[in-house]
Ligand binder design. Sequence first.
Ligand code: ADP
Length: 607
Amino acid sequence: MRKDNPNMRALKLLHSFCPSYFPLMVLNSFFGRVSPYFNLYLSAEIVNEIVGSRNKDTLITLVLITVIGNFAIAIMGGILNRAFGHKETLLYQREAVCYNKKTLGLDYDNLENTEVRQLRRKIVESSRINFHGKQLLLMSVGRLVNITISAILALILGIEMFVLMFASGFSWLIILLACLIVGLVAFNVWYSFREKDKMGAVYRNVSQTMIDENRIDEAIDCYNMGKDVRLYRQDKLIMKIKNYAFDLHKKAFRTMESKRYKINMPLTFTGILLEAIIYVFVCVYALLGTFGIGSIVKYVGFVETITGCITSYFAVFADIKYNTPFVEDYLAYFDIPQKMYQGSLTVEKRDDNEYYVEFEDVSFKYPGSDTYALRHVNMKFKVGEKLAVVGMNGSGKTTFIKLMCRLYDPTEGEILLNGVNIKKYDYDEYLAVFSVVFQDFKLFSFSLGENVASGADYDVDKVMGSLHQSGFGERLATMPEGIKTTLYKDFDENGVEVSGGEAQKIALARALYKDSPFIILDEPTAALDPIAEYEIYSKFNEIVGDKTAIYISHRLSSCRFCDKIAVFDNGQIVQRGSHDELVADESGKYYELWHAQAQYYTESQGA
Ligand code: ADP
């Protein structure tokens, strides 16, 4: 099968974002280029008329055509330039939307995947250096259009010159001129291609050094890290790494600049040589009487433009060639497949919330990992049941939840919802069954209401109710703009900074607002003070109502109100039962964990 040219594919993709962009580019380019040729042609005619027959009427007509023509070209040029600028903005805007949608729609494992993250960085950084990738491709197409239009316009001027030259009979002079032009242009083309190909590797190196340097900037910039940086004096370490990365970047940048200089020098030299040769030839022909004095400027302009166009054509193709790997990176991002099978079954809407989820011998390895994070997990949730999931760090609790929410698919085994493999359901509908507060939840720097409702249009009463239920009511009363208050100061200087515990309450309110039949809380009270924690637990049953609730907790004492407890160890469920049953089994993991914590509390109380 023939592989599609990446540049053509990228152009088709960009064209689909704004179909009128390329036609407007051509029109805009025509009106932007035509003026000098128009003037060159008419000024030559005027000079020839003055030097020649000096007809007054002809002269007035020529001057009028020049003035009115320039006026019309300027108006059209201005209108088209504005329209093209507008389309250009639109194209980049739509492209950004599509790119972001791609990122938001990536399978979760790709989002975490280091290669995918590196690819994304590479695309961003490359476009910062000389706009490599889609921008350079678009700019190159723009230049090709400009060159083509200039060449066509120049040819229209130049045909006359060839006719006159051949008619004069000094054909050996034309052959000599043509050989010199072809020789010099061929040298330029060969040289540009050879050197620009090498430049591709140099540019890629610069972009990698920029990626590394910017990654350190992100660490410096991130205010979440500010406390640790200050207390552990990590500034010196960071600056050492930063300086090292900067030195590498500086070196790569210098190599790039000196290479560019070396490439451009011979090209400038051949350009000047070409111009001198053309002047000599055209002047010789003028002296031989082949054409009038006024035409010298016109014909020199023509030959210069044509040779310039040929050289530029190849220079642009050389740019496109070395830019191709950057375009391939860009396309590779769009080509990242949606591996996760997404079914089309609708999830039955049930007022009685009768949703059964079942794990059938589920095992799971993270992509790229050889070890199982979960092994042979079997679990059936009874509707309305309150299940606590406990276990040591790394025992597989969060992975269990991630699988349940289909952020990953099991490596082996099946997960069923009401008896049907969850892969067969429409993904969005399946996700609507769960409200989750992850341990590492994130709130956005949007308004409180938007955060709780996860949308711009929301039910104010429901947002307020959820916030009160999650224990955020008192803090809400102190907020100047209530639920319209912006969280954090990233986008709004009047934004409010909330504490870790307050943020956790907001995240809980978000889960309550979603009002799904399953509510999953991963360490829901880790950042809460003991009183807030007590409040949440004491009204936990009221908060979750008849929903099926799963919550992961390190604090075993807080699991007691759950109907059932599942104990994870090393990726497996090693015990399950009520608190009383589990604590009675002295050989069990739960007993060990319970007594380890109880001992800690007793000792601290005794101290
Ligand atoms: P817990 O929630 O019980 O602390 P996790 O489910 O987060 O444990 O982790 C279970 C195991 O899976 C651990 O060994 C952890 O290192 C590994 N793990 C977790 N997330 C990833 C990931 N994204 N890629 C690879 N391994 C992971």
